[in-house]
Design a protein around this ligand. Structure first.
Ligand code: NAD
Length: 253
């Protein structure tokens, strides 16, 4: 059913984005991968036969170029996965203002622009799937992550608005909200927190990251890719404007 659909996946050189791009490519989807890590993007795209487009998605013109590249190559976009993201941890009073701007541009403005630029193609075809890689931090907050939490809560608002607007055209829009997933982004956080708290990396995972979860394990990127594939399936055609947590029960408590 997904065979020959065209998908844009951002942040797909690494981590959850790569697992998602691979999961879709395995289903026969033509994948266009957008990321600013040129060397890793090309290597990752080659592994799964996807089209790499080097793009710093915190910049408006790069968002435009990414969609243009997909339209030029395939003439349509059916699936948009907004996954590119970064993290910065600091109290508000010390939070670097340039990092705030970059996080909001990359994780809230880029999903808006990419949704806007893909919309007409999906509307013309009467079918579209927009999947925003959100976070439990789109639902609840943690201290010292103000920009990330604000961007992800904003992304939840965008998900709801676009879900309402897409309903008449067969376009569904959803947020996936994972807790911690073992990726390079989280590996760096584990190392940083071990240093900050003077504890081992195992203790950071067990005592800090999994403290609020009922199921005490870090997620694998492929766990998220499976939910993306489900949201693209016919079985999910009535799910829209939703937040789908994969959090081991974190937000239930
Ligand atoms: P990652 O660091 O492995 O991958 C992020 C990708 O985004 C990288 O390939 C990076 O090059 C790319 N990227 C960063 N800045 C960019 C820019 N300006 N332009 C284009 N590409 C850029 O991280 P990940 O853990 O796979 O995170 C992916 C998404 O999942 C993020 O939106 C993150 O908020 C979300 N998420 C992650 C976790 C987790 O625990 N890892 C949990 C919840 C949500």
């Amino acid at each position: 059913m997904l065979k020959d659909k065209v998908a844009i996946v951002t942040g797909s050189a690494s981590g959850i984005g790569f697992a998602t791009a691979k999961g879709l490519a395995d289903e026969g989807v033509k994948v266009v991968m957008g990321d600013f890590n040129e060397a890793l993007l090309k290597e990752s795209a080659e592994k799964i036969g996807a089209l790499p487009v080097v793009a710093d998605l915190s910049k408006r013109e790069s968002c435009r170029n990414l969609v243009d590249a997909a339209m030029e190559k395939y003439g349509r976009v059916d699936i948009l996965c907004n996954i590119a993201g970064i993290q910065n941890v600091a109290p508000i009073v010390d939070f670097p203002e340039d990092k705030w701007d970059t996080i909001i541009s990359l994780m809230l403005t880029a999903p808006f622009l990419l949704t806007k630029y893909c919309w007409n193609s999906m509307k013309e075809n009467g079918w579209g799937r927009i999947i925003n890689l959100n976070s439990i931090h789109g639902l609840v907050a943690s201290e010292f992550k103000s920009a990330y939490v604000s961007a992800k809560h904003g992304l939840m608002g965008l998900t709801k608005c676009a879900g309402l607007e897409g309903g008449p055209y067969g376009i569904t829009v959803n947020s996936i909200c994972p807790a911690y997933v073992r990726t390079p982004l989280v590996d760096k956080q584990i190392a940083d927190q071990a240093k900050t708290h003077g504890i081992s990396e195992e203790e950071v995972v067990g005592k800090i990251m999994l403290q609020k979860a009922a199921i005490k394990k870090l997620l694998d990127p492929s766990d998220v890719a499976e939910v993306v594939k489900f949201l693209c399936s016919d079985a999910a055609s009535s799910i829209t404007g939703s937040a789908i947590p994969i959090d081991g029960g974190w937000t239930a408590g």
